[in-house]
Write a new protein. Structure first.
Length: 154
């Protein structure tokens, strides 16, 4: 039985000459949209102050939408529901993340838009929550605990 993979991803090849100046300064041009992406996706921004070669203080500046993950896990676990609006939010966030990554990875020359699809296309089918394993998210979090312990000390 051969099944096809449900995720489709493609980047349209540009039909024009690419701008070399924007390619050279892309690492700097991606900073504003990268900050927006990190605030939405749950990446935490931290800084450390050092005195005499030791880290004295580590302060967290901002954390974002990563807090939206735990309620979804609990909803799948106990109610066995995955709301359509929540799936659409995650899909649009993943599409936005792919646009920024494609821009940074030199796959697309246009600055990533926050609301338009542009040349990067991603499609995921909406899953049936009744077919999802209810306990798998909890098991995955338990398996990730050693990873987080190691990251805490790095």
């Amino acid at each position: 039985m051969k099944t096809t993979y449900p995720v489709t991803f493609s980047v349209d090849f540009p039909d024009r000459d690419l701008d070399r100046v924007s390619t050279a300064f892309r690492i700097f041009a991606v900073i504003p949209i990268g900050i927006i992406l990190s605030l939405l996706s749950g990446v935490s921004l931290r800084y450390a102050t050092t005195t005499n070669g030791t880290n004295d203080t580590v302060s967290s500046i901002a954390t974002g939408g990563g807090l939206l993950f735990l309620p979804l896990v609990l909803m799948i676990l106990f109610r066995q529901k995955y709301p359509r609006w929540w799936f659409d939010w995650n899909l649009q966030l993943l599409r936005f993340s792919n646009r920024v990554t494609a821009y940074l990875g030199l796959l697309d020359d246009r600055y990533p838009s926050t609301d338009e699809e542009q040349a990067v296309h991603l499609d995921l089918p909406y899953p049936d929550a009744r077919q999802l394993n209810r306990w798998l998210p909890l098991v995955k979090w338990l398996l990730a605990i050693p990873h987080y312990i190691v990251l805490f000390f790095l």
